[in-house]
Each structure stands twice: as C-alpha cells, then as structure tokens.
Design a protein around this ligand. Structure first.
Ligand code: ARG
Length: 398
C-alpha cells in the first residue's frame, strides 16, 4: 500500500498540478484537504475537482469560526497591519491551515503533508514553521518548490494531464483570499509603476462607480471585538462579510503595497480588504477614547511586533502568545460604538462613544461648564520646561 500524503488543496493551479506530481514523483496516495476560511463560495466544486484529478480522498473543513475568533479578532484587537498597510489576511490563515493539516495527517495515518507554496514566498515559511512547531517530525513536501517549473510550464504540465486550470488570459492573476482580505499577484502587477488595472479588483469597486451618496456604518465593540453592525447583533463571520460588501461597494479597502517578504524580496502586493480596513480604523478610534496616551503609545509598539510575528510565520510562539496577553488585557474597557462614513473610496470615522470614555467634556470645552483648573497650568509649565531652560542656559550658546 502506498504511503498517504495530506495536501493542503486550494483548487488553484499549483495545488492541482501537485496532486498528479505527488503521485508521479513520490508514488503517494494524495488526500486533498481544503480549509474554508471564507475564501471560496464553491467547495463542492473543489472537492469534485480534487477527486477527478486523482486524489484518493477529498476533505473540506469549515474553519471560518475558529479563523474569526482565534486569528482575525486577536489581530484586530492588536490593530495588526504589516508595514502599516497589509491587514495580514493570508498570513493569518496559514497557521490555522497548518494546524488543521497536521491534525488531519495524524487522523489519516499519513506519512507526510504537502503544500503548494513556491520557494519565493512567505507562505512556505508560515506553513513549515507552524507544522514544525506543532508536529515536529512530520515530513513536509513542497512540490512547487521542488519541481522547478515556471508558471507557464506548470500550466502546460496541468494541461497535458487534463487538469482544468483557473488561469486564463481573462484571469491573469494569482489570488489568495479569505474573510479578512484578498491578495492579488502576478501579471502586470509585477511592474510597480503600473497602476493596478480595474479587473484586479472584485470586492472594492472603483471610487468613481461608487454610490453618489455616502453611507454610514455603525460598529459596536465589546472589549475590542466587533459585535454589532448598525445596531444589529451579528456573529463575527456575518459581520465581516456584510462590512466587506458595504465598504467594498463604496470603493473602500484597496491597498497597493511594496512589501518586504521574509525571504528578503521586495514585492508589489495588491490587496482589497474593505472590512479589515474599516474595522481596524474604527477599533483604533474607540481605543483613542478609552485608553490613555501611555497605553496607546505602548500598544502601538506591541502592534508593530505582533504584525511582524504574524507575517513572519511565528504565530505558534511564546512571544506571540505573551504579546496577545497584553493586547487582550488592554481591551477590557474598549467597549462602545463608532460611526464610520463611507464615500467614494474613503472611510472616515465621524463619531465615537463609550461608557468607559476618558473624554471629558468638562475638561475639553471652551464654553460654559469648563472644569479644567487654569491656574494649575502655570506651575505645570514652569516645571515641565525646567530641563529645557536649564539646558539652553548651560549649553545653548553654541
Ligand atoms: N504577500 C502576502 C503575504 O505574504 C499575500 C500572499 C498571497 N499568497 C499567495 N499564495 N498568493 O501574506
């Protein structure tokens, strides 16, 4: 009996070619394993395709709930944006997939796992570091890294074997998507001077085609987790889907990023992530009301590191867990509502309120009801400026 290999299967070009390649090269029985992280409406078709092209078994796992609760929302609470731009959709999905693939390999008594990542990207790092951390000793095969075929050669390889391929002239991009966003790569996008063509985008429409009237989205958070949209209690999956639709319709969420990959390559990455962008913006606005200046500054440092760890494939590490413990603790008063205005490609926070707000109208107002002690300012400034005055007097002449 041939050894079994569990292949993380997306139904795309590389993983489809890999089904055949694993059989031809390693003589293994391939179990195609697909994870629903809100990425594909048509999993039955993916199952059917896997079996048709030679997998002995096809398993689809709906992991959307875990993905939202255990990966997306912690990243949102941290305001995780890689290099200040990328909400990390793909990077957040990989550790979860790796975990599920490793569990399936154990359950199926498989000798190895495989993934369709190339040798140039981040995803191979995330998969293999995660699997290595969770299931050390499990053999990992990376067909797309081993076979040494160009994209065009892979297309021909697949065509020769009757494998239906999604890449056509009309669809020249490589796509990876889940609930938190859609990454678009390859083709003309590899020229960083060329504006991404309209056909690259599906979720966030062109601002000039967006509705002529603005729309408001009111998002309610509890301890940093979004729980309501426009006053309606929603589960996380539905809330993100609805916000992707609403904000995307108004042209919000397009990202064009020159990104530093883990393997040292700079790459031009195009994303659309309407819900992620709006939610992070709204969450930050609420934090601005509920956290002190010191908390905000410190959390910003944590956020940068947290995003780097996610991007770098280090989800399953103690540092990531420790930083999350801080992030989670920081959220205990981040409860309240944020009003976001969506209009012609822009999202603007235009209102916020919280039962734990640190904003005091009495302290802030220039009108009647001012409770700020103006007389205290003079002494404060005297001491605040003491070091500056001392220094200028002693050293300032030169
Ligand atoms: N550059 C992004 C990242 O590293 C997106 C990668 C998209 N992955 C893909 N297989 N097309 O997270």
């Amino acid at each position: 009996m041939a050894d079994k290999v569990v292949l993380a299967y997306s139904g795309g070009l590389d993983t489809s070619a890999a089904v055949q390649w694993l059989k031809e090269k390693y003589h293994m029985d391939v179990i195609a394993f697909s994870v629903d992280v809100g990425n594909e409406p048509d999993f039955p078709a993916i199952r059917e395709k896997a079996l048709k092209i030679g997998a002995i078994k096809s398993v689809v796992k709906d992991a959307r709930k875990e993905f939202v609760q255990d990966f997306i929302f912690p990243a949102l609470q941290a305001n995780a944006l890689y290099e200040g731009q990328y909400p990390l959709a793909t990077a957040l999905g990989r550790p979860l997939m790796a975990q599920l693939v490793a569990e399936t390999a154990l359950a199926e008594g498989a000798a190895a796992v495989a993934h369709g990542c190339t040798g140039k990207g981040n995803d191979q790092v995330r998969f293999e570091v995660s699997i290595g951390a969770l299931s050390p000793g499990l053999k990992i095969i990376a067909p797309a890294r081993e076979w040494g075929m160009t994209r065009q050669e892979t297309i021909e390889y697949a065509q020769k074997r009757g494998i239906p391929i999604p890449v056509t002239v009309a669809n020249p991009y490589s796509i990876d998507q889940n609930l938190w966003g859609r990454a678009i790569e390859c083709g003309i996008l590899e020229d960083p001077w060329t504006e991404p063509p309209e056909d690259a985008f599906i979720w966030a429409q062109s601002a000039d085609k967006a509705p002529a009237k603005p729309e408001y989205a009111e998002i309610s958070f509890e301890k940093g987790i979004p729980v309501k949209l426009n006053g309606k209690m929603l589960d996380g999956i539905t809330l993100i889907q609805q916000l992707n639709d609403i904000a995307g319709k108004h042209g919000v969420g397009r990202i064009d990023h020159i990104e530093n990959r883990v393997v040292g390559i700079k790459s031009r990455e195009v994303y659309e992530a309407p819900a992620a962008i709006v939610l992070i913006q709204a969450h930050q606005a609420l934090e601005a009301m509920c956290l002190t200046r010191d908390q905000l500054r410190f959390k910003q440092m944590v956020s940068t590191k947290f995003a780097d760890l996610i991007y770098d494939g280090l989800w399953f590490t103690s540092l990531r867990e420790d930083l999350y413990a801080f992030v989670q603790s920081s959220q205990r008063f981040v409860t309240g509502d944020v009003k976001v205005k969506l209009f012609k490609g822009a999202s603007l926070v235009v209102g916020r309120r919280s039962p734990y707000s640190l904003y005091s109208h009495g302290l802030a107002t220039y009108d009647k009801g001012d409770s700020f002690d103006h007389t205290a300012a003079e002494g404060f400034i005297k001491l605040w400026g003491l070091a500056a005055r001392t220094q200028k007097q002693a050293q300032g002449k030169k």
